[in-house]
Ligand binder design. Structure first.
Ligand SMILES: Nc1ncnc2c1ncn2[C@@H]1O[C@H](COP(=O)(O)OP(=O)(O)O)[C@@H](O)[C@H]1O
Ligand SMILES: [Mg+2]
Length: 454
């Protein structure tokens, strides 16, 4: 059930309870009032009748006086007085005025109580007139209660109606901003992060709107970044693949061709009796195979660096440097890698930083020298630094995949990454610091390796 209707139902319930309680109180009050009025009316009537009867007995026009006594009660709203002859016939009766607003039967039944009647026998000489009966009649009194009840319920009913209408209207106004928020949340749920709510209204709601807008903004930014990363990831993978294909083609292809030529020549040489030359050719085939093995290992280690890191960070970085030296012999590579072991997640991240940092330096900076360092600091951190003396990051530099990826890796280990763009044209210094657990530094790798693609 919507909040608005639920609140209204609650208020209506409370009002209905008040109405019922008020009704019960009014009923109890009416019952007492009718009872009190009737008994005092009958007392007053009785004393009037007995006073009158005591004087009538001795006077001459006694019959006329008895009738006057009866008619003196004409118009009394609570008493009906009758003269009943000894044979049971009503010979005279007072006139009871009808109530101006007759009460419904059920109310009369509820309030009238038990009938009250008093009988007065005539004194000695008036005995032939019979008996005077005084009966209390509560119709008029109940009629008064009925009028009172109608007035009260009209006032209370109108009050309830006005209260409910006011609550309905003000709830509608108060809940409208929440409806806006709910439809904005709905849009976010469906992936539309441009949803925005105006930051106005009561202070409490303003805070919620502000938090919502901030959340939607961040989701939008993350989505855009994700999209960008996905696009770049496929470009980077494409680049990597074509580089590996080029490597296989350039490094393995010629040696395969040479081995094939040598292998074809050997039977010819042997048939001509040139055994020494055949031996030379077979040596050449072995050299080609060895060369291919070295290159194949290089390609594999790029595809699966985890295998390399398993033998230690120093070993992995040596391989990395060897890879780049083979391709960029003009660049001087300096290594300062502490020979120690760290938890596998830290070693993997450190290697990836060195790998990407070196790759960036070589690919983007055209440096004369590149430095790779990884050492434990006095503060218990592993400090990884890649420096180069190349062009530095130019303003035109593109937003790539490597740096954000490095940041994410470092952040997941609670570390920090900073890039000091050295003076114009003097290269880049990439510094990463990763907190080490207190007990690191043993010679063995501490966790099983997780394999990951290069
Ligand atoms: N050592 C560096 N020297 C010069 N430019 C760099 C260096 N490192 C990063 N850059 C610049 O920063 C950009 C972003 O780097 P990165 O996020 O690794 O992406 P990518 O290498 O895929 O282009 C690079 O395109 C390059 O312009
Ligand atoms: Mg890069």
């Amino acid at each position: 059930m919507p909040l608005r209707r639920r609140l209204l139902a609650l208020v209506a319930l409370v009002l209905a309870f008040c109405l019922i309680a008020g009704g019960a109180l009014t009923y109890w009050h009416g019952l007492r009032k009718v009872d009190l009025e009737m008994s005092s009316a009958i007392d007053v009537g009785s004393s009037a009748v007995s006073d009158a009867l005591s004087t009538i007995g001795s006077s001459a026009d006694a019959p006329a006086q008895v009738h006057r006594l009866i008619s003196s009660f004409d118009g009394d709203r609570h008493l009906s007085v009758r003269l009943i002859s000894p044979n049971g016939k009503v010979t005279s009766a007072s006139r009871l005025p009808p109530p101006s607003d007759p009460p419904p039967r059920w109310l009369y039944w509820l309030l009238s109580g038990s009938p009250r009647t008093r009988l007065f026998d005539m004194p000695g000489e008036l005995k032939q007139f019979g008996t005077i009966a005084i009966a209390a009649d509560s119709h008029n009194e109940v009629g008064e209660v009925w009028e009172d009840l109608k007035l009260k319920f009209t006032i209370i009913g109108s009050f309830c109606f006005v209260v409910l209408a006011l609550i309905y209207a003000s709830l509608g106004r108060a809940l409208r901003p929440l409806e806006q928020l709910s439809s904005a949340l709905d849009r976010v749920g469906q992936g539309d992060y441009t949803a925005h709510v105006p930051e106005d209204g009561p202070q409490d709601l303003k805070l919620i709107y502000r938090a919502f807008n901030r959340m939607a903004g961040q989701l939008q930014e993350s989505e855009q970044q994700n999209q960008r990363l996905n696009e770049q990831l496929s470009t980077v993978q494409e680049e990597e693949r074509s580089e590996i294909a080029r490597d296989l083609h350039d490094e393995i292809g010629p040696f395969l061709f040479a081995a094939d030529v040598d292998a074809q020549a050997i039977p010819l040489l042997l048939s001509r009796g040139a055994a020494d030359e055949a031996v030379d050719r077979s040596k050449a085939i072995r050299q080609s195979v060895q060369h291919m093995q070295v290159h194949l290992r290089g390609v594999l280690s790029r595809l699966r660096p985890a295998l390399l890191i398993d033998q230690g960070l120093t070993h992995a970085v040596e391989n990395l440097v060897a890879f780049w030296k083979a391709r960029r012999p003009q660049i001087e590579f300096r290594m300062d890698i502490e020979d120690a072991r760290y938890p596998s997640a830290i070693e993997d991240t450190a290697f990836r930083i060195l790998q990407e940092g070196t790759s960036n330096a070589v690919r983007h900076g055209q440096p004369a020298s590149v430095g790779l360092a990884a050492r434990r600091t006095d503060e218990g951190m592993l400090r990884v630094v890649v420096t180069d003396d190349g062009s530095g990051i130019t303003a035109k530099g593109t937003r790539g995949f490597g740096l954000p990826g490095m940041r994410e890796r470092v952040a997941s280990l609670d570390g920090r990454l900073s890039i000091a763009d050295r003076e114009e044209g003097k290269g880049v210094m990439l510094i990463v610091e990763i907190p080490l657990p207190a007990s690191t530094g043993s010679a063995a790798r501490q966790e099983p390796l997780s394999e990951s693609a290069a």
